[in-house]
Design a protein around this ligand. Structure first.
Ligand SMILES: [Mg+2]
Length: 247
């Protein structure tokens, strides 16, 4: 909350976190955030019920001019590589073929592949992630089913830092249309910095994307993030389903 203006006794609500009191674990209680309310408290015009996020309590409200606004559903942003798509599996496959190696994901605890391999191989390992890399990636187990379930209840956006590999746009888009045809193109976001994402949840394997994120982060387990302890972790899509089943 903040004062309406200097010397003004009334308060303006600018952001609300909503917690579900039925749950005892505070970390699981968070069910939504709304930053767009502009109700004034202290003038007797609104009750606290009036300023609750409509995406959570699910009824319509009217603007002062009488215009009825539709409630916004809870918005979930989902990363692609190593969350939906098995990018690491493909990277290991290409590396092992090129160097006659037998690396597995279990060898990479706390490290990316480029950080684990000999320095002499690093540049070649990075170059393996080209446009063709993304076209045939396997979908991680249960991802399609759970994302479809979420899309039926919530507003789901796919958010990929595709600018990391600019030539990947076309292959990534076609991969999403092939495996997730129920996600409309208008809900696919290719960007460079995910701090622009305005969502209630972000499911991502890279903790750096959580630094500026205003919603609730869910860290999707991957070998490189094994040592990360700052965020709630989900280790599979069944874990994701369980988190949202509590809402
Ligand atoms: Mg990722």
């Amino acid at each position: 909350m903040q004062r309406v203006r200097q010397g003004e006794q009334r308060l303006q609500v600018s952001e609300i976190d909503i917690h579900n009191g039925r749950l005892s674990d505070r970390g699981k209680c968070f069910i939504g955030r709304n930053r767009n309310e502009r109700a004034i408290l202290g003038c007797g015009r609104y009750s606290m019920f009036d300023v609750l996020p409509q995406s959570v309590i699910g009824h319509h409200r009217s603007d002062p001019d009488g215009t009825v606004q539709s409630p916004r559903r809870v918005r979930i942003a989902i990363d692609m590589d190593e969350v939906m798509a098995d990018a690491l599996g493909e990277h290991l496959r290409r590396y092992n073929i090129r160097y006659g190696a037998s690396l597995t994901a279990a060898d990479l605890q706390g490290l990316h592949l480029e950080d684990y391999v000999p320095v002499a191989h690093r540049e070649a390992a990075e170059a393996m992630i080209d446009a063709s890399f993304f076209a045939g990636l396997a979908v991680l187990p249960d991802c399609q089913t759970v994302v479809q379930e979420l899309a039926e209840r919530y507003e789901v956006f796919i958010v990929s830092a595709a600018m990391d590999v600019p030539c990947s746009f076309d292959a990534k888009y076609r991969w999403l249309r092939r495996h997730f045809p129920f996600i409309p193109p208008t809900q696919i976001v290719f960007c460079g910095d995910k701090s622009v994402v305005d969502a209630d949840y972000l499911i991502d394997d890279r903790a750096r994307h959580f630094a500026q994120f205003k919603g609730r982060p869910l860290l999707f387990s991957a070998p490189h993030n094994a040592a990360e302890t700052r965020y709630q972790r989900v280790s599979s899509w069944k874990d994701v389903r369980a988190v949202f089943a509590d809402l």
